[in-house]
Design a protein around this ligand. Structure first.
Ligand SMILES: CC(C)(COP(=O)(O)OP(=O)(O)OC[C@H]1O[C@@H](n2cnc3c(N)ncnc32)[C@H](O)[C@@H]1OP(=O)(O)O)[C@@H](O)C(=O)NCCC(=O)NCCS
Length: 177
């Protein structure tokens, strides 16, 4: 039973918990297409980069400050023309899923990205990750494209589904080609 959930900006002291959640997803799922465990130095460098760029890393904790999940966003691609598009990620600890935490994190990232003036937010999702697809649909994302067999993990090909959300709702919804 998960009681009160608190969302806040991540701190250095959350890095070990973020690393544990990440490495559990690497070891036990194809939600993330990494195969080797991430090192603490890699996670610390990612956190420092995001913080330096003014990009959010959020954690969800319980009342005892146990980290239950995290979310963040960063550049989609690096050329300047992509500067108003971001790609996000959300991870919830296996024992805390299905309690609304993923939705809380995603909604908070959407609000922050809108406030920061970004235009389009992209989720790049393993095409058979039903919980993630349902979460993104519920949060207003639209399925755009499937790139077949662009990844491999656990001895099988993986398809990548791109889902997007317009952030500035005063703008017309882009039409899909
Ligand atoms: C995907 C993930 C972030 C969802 O987080 P969560 O906290 O379990 O999701 P929530 O409880 O907030 O659910 C939000 C919505 O997602 C959908 N959803 C969540 N889990 C689902 C499941 N197992 N099956 C179907 N739909 C599901 C539902 O639409 C739900 O809305 P509802 O409560 O109105 O039914 C979580 O399962 C996770 O961390 N998975 C591993 C990593 C991952 O796949 N990350 C996403 C990479 S793109």
């Amino acid at each position: 039973m998960i009681g009160t959930v608190i969302l806040r900006a991540a701190r250095d002291g959350d890095l070990d918990a973020i690393l544990t959640i990440t490495n559990d997803a690497i070891a036990h799922s194809d939600a993330i297409w990494a195969i080797s465990p991430m090192t603490r130095d890699q996670r610390a460098a990612w956190f420092a980069d995001r913080t330096k760029a003014g990009l959010p890393v959020l954690v969800a904790t319980d009342a005892a400050e146990t980290v239950l999940g995290f979310g963040s966003y960063g550049p989609f691609r690096l050329y300047e023309g992509y500067r108003r598009t971001i790609e996000h990620s959300v991870y919830v600890a296996a024992n805390a899923r299905g309690c609304g935490i993923g939705r809380m994190l995603l909604d908070a990232l959407i609000a922050e990205a809108t406030a920061q003036g970004f235009h389009i937010m992209i989720g790049a999702i393993t095409a058979d990750n039903a919980p993630s697809i349902a979460l993104h649909r519920a949060a207003g994302f639209t399925e755009s494209a499937v790139l077949p067999q662009v990844g491999q993990k656990f001895g099988r090909w993986l398809d990548l589904l791109l889902m997007y959300r317009l952030l500035d709702q005063s703008q017309p919804e882009p039409h899909q080609p």
